[in-house]
Design a protein around this ligand. Structure first.
Ligand SMILES: Cc1cc2nc3c(=O)[nH]c(=O)nc-3n(C[C@H](O)[C@H](O)[C@H](O)COP(=O)(O)OP(=O)(O)OC[C@H]3O[C@@H](n4cnc5c(N)ncnc54)[C@H](O)[C@@H]3O)c2cc1C
Length: 421
C-alpha cells in the first residue's frame, strides 16, 4: 500500500536519514532535503560517540549505503523547503536548491589544493581554514565538491583565479559561478521534519570567557579537536600556543538550566564531557580532566558509562557552579572561579584549557517550519504530532540511539498518514 506514497523528509542528520531509509524500505518514495552540502548532520562532526566510542562513520556509512542502493530515495543537498501547504495525505511543498557551483566530471574530488582562496572551515567550527572549493569532509555523502561563490567572486578575474580555473579545466572540473538556484514544487503525502539543533551561542555567556579567553572552547569544538580529521589532526593542543593540554576543565550546564539562556537540560552534555575526558586521557595519559557540574546526569543505560569513566583517578568530578572564567595574560591559562556546592568553599583553579558544555537549541526555535498546524513549546521544540511529524532533536534533546527509535516512529506515522488515501 505504501508503494504509491511519497514522503518528504526535511533534514539529513541521523534522524532524517533514518526516517528516509525506513520509509523507503517500507515501500514509499522519499525526497530527502538537506540544507548543507552533505548528509550526516551534527553526528558527522563527532569524533566518537558514546556509549561504544566508535567513530560516527560506523553508523553513518551503513545508512549512506542504504540510501545509495535505494532508487526510491532522492537526495537534495543545499536544499530548503520554502513552503508547505495542504493537509496530511495531500501536501504541496516548494523546494529551493542552491547550486554547488562546481562540477567534478572525474568524480575524484581532488581539485582543491591549487584553489587560491581560503575560507573558515565550518565543519571544524572555524578552528582552521579550508579551500573555497572543497570536499565538505573526508567521508562526505554525496562525495562531491562544493564552491563558496561569494569568496570566489572576490578574486574572480585575478591572475591566480584564472590560473586556478585553467587547472580545473585541465582536470575535468568546471566552476560555474553563474549557476542559478532552482525552485520546484512537489506533491507529497506526508512530511517528516528533522532539522535538529545548533549549539547554544557561547558568546551569550558573557562571564564564561568564550571569544575573550583564547583557551576557552565549546564541547562541539572539542569533538573536532580530538578528531584525526580535525584542525590539529587529533592532537589535543590548546589554541593559544599549540601546547599539549595537560590540565583540562569541563564546565557543565554552560547556559543550560538557566532561565536567562536555555532553561532546560540538554540531557547529553554530561555524557559528552565524560566521553571527552576519555579523549584527553587516551591522547595524553599524564593529563588530568576536571569536570565541574551541578548535577551529573547519565540517564538509563548510560549509567555504566559514567561508572567506567569515574573510575579513572585522573578524571576528577566536582559538584560546583563555575561563575566566571578569565585568562592569565602572561600564560594564557584559564582561571575558573565558582563555588564547591558540597563543601561550600570557593573554587579558584587554573587550567590549560576549558571546555564549555553548551546545550542543544532546536533549529526550529529560530527557523519555524513553513507549513500548517505546527505547534512549539516555549523553547521552540515541536510538540504537535498531527500532519507534519517531527523527529529527533526537533522534538527534544536526545542521543543518537533515541533519535533512531524516534525517527523510525516518525516514519511509521508518515506511512499511517498516507495509507488508504
Ligand atoms: C558535544 C556533543 C557531543 C555529543 N555526543 C554524542 C554521543 O557521543 N553519542 C550520542 O548518542 N549523541 C551525542 N550527541 C547528541 C547527537 O549529536 C544528537 O543526538 C544528534 O545530532 C541528533 O541528530 P538529528 O538528526 O536529530 O539532528 P542534527 O544532527 O542536528 O541533524 C539535523 C540536520 O538537518 C539539517 N537542517 C537544519 N535546518 C534545515 C532546513 N531548514 N532544511 C533542511 N535541512 C536542515 C542540518 O544541516 C542537519 O544536517 C552529542 C551532542 C553534543 C552537543
Amino acid at each position: 500500500m505504501a508503494g504509491n506514497k511519497t514522503v518528504l523528509v526535511v533534514g539529513g542528520g541521523i534522524s532524517g536519514i533514518t526516517a528516509a531509509v525506513e520509509a523507503a524500505e517500507a515501500g514509499c518514495k522519499v525526497i530527502l532535503v538537506e540544507k548543507l552540502p552533505y548528509l550526516g548532520g551534527r553526528v558527522a562532526q563527532l569524533n566518537k560517540y558514546f556509549p561504544k566510542l566508535c567513530p560516527p562513520t560506523c553508523g553513518l556509512e551503513i545508512n549512506f549505503k542504504r540510501i545509495r542502493r535505494n532508487p526510491d530515495i532522492a537526495v537534495y543537498t543545499l536544499a530548503e523547503v520554502v513552503n508547505i501547504s495542504g493537509t496530511a495525505g495531500n501536501y504541496n511543498a516548494t523546494i529551493r536548491v542552491t547550486p554547488r557551483y562546481v562540477e567534478d566530471r572525474t568524480a575524484t574530488s581532488k581539485c582543491v589544493e591549487d584553489c587560491p582562496v581560503e575560507i573558515s572551515n565550518d565543519f571544524n567550527y572555524g578552528m582552521d581554514k579550508t579551500k573555497a572549493v572543497h570536499l565538505p569532509y573526508e567521508m562526505a555523502y554525496p562525495m562531491n565538491l562544493v564552491a563558496d561563490r561569494d569568496a570566489l567572486l572576490k578574486v574572480q578575474g585575478q591572475a591566480a583565479y584564472n590560473a586556478f580555473i585553467e587547472s580545473c579545466n585541465a582536470k575535468g572540473i568546471r566552476i560555474d559561478l553563474d549557476a542559478k538556484p532552482e525552485t520546484f514544487d512537489l506533491e507529497v503525502d506526508s512530511v517528516v521534519w528533522a532539522t535538529g539543533w545548533r549549539p547554544y551561542d557561547p558568546t551569550k555567556l558573557d562571564k564564561l570567557g568564550f571569544g575573550v579567553c583564547t583557551n576557552v572552547i565549546t564541547n562541539v569544538m572539542m569533538e573536532r579537536l580530538a578528531s584525526f580529521a580535525g584542525p590539529t589532526k587529533g592532537e589535543i593542543l590548546r589554541p593559544s600556543d599549540g601546547k599539549k593540554v595537560n590540565n583540562l576543565a569541563f564546565v557543565q550546564c554552560a547556559g543550560s538550566r538557566d532561565r536567562n539562556h536555555l532553561p532546560y537540560c540538554s540531557s547529553i552534555c554530561c555524557l559528552a564531557s565524560l566521553k571527552q575526558a576519555t579523549y584527553l586521557r587516551d591522547y595524553n595519559p599524564d593529563a588530568q580532566a576536571h569536570i565541574f557540574y551541578i548535577d551529573l546526569r547519565a540517564y538509563g543505560r548510560f549509567e555504566y558509562f559514567y561508572d567506567r569513566v569515574r573510575n579513572d583517578e585522573k578524571i576528577l568530578l566536582t559538584k560546583g557552579k563555575i561563575v566566571s572564567i578569565t585568562e592569565d595574560p602572561a600564560t594564557k591559562d584559564v582561571i575558573l572561579e565558582g563555588e564547591d556546592i558540597l563543601s561550600g568553599q570557593k573554587i579558584r583553579r587554573t587550567f590549560d584549557m576549558a571546555v564549555l558544555a553548551t546545550g542543544m537549541q532546536p533549529n526550529t526555535s529560530l527557523e519555524k517550519i513553513p507549513g500548517p498546524d505546527v505547534q512549539y513549546d516555549e523553547f521552540g521544540f515541536v510538540i504537535s504530532d498531527k500532519g507534519i511529524h517531527a523527529a529527533g532533536v526537533t522534538k527534544r534533546p536526545m542521543d543518537v540511539g533515541t533519535c533512531l527509535q524516534d525517527a523510525t516512529g516518525a516514519a511509521i506515522k508518515a506511512l499511517q498518514d498516507t495509507v488508504g488515501r
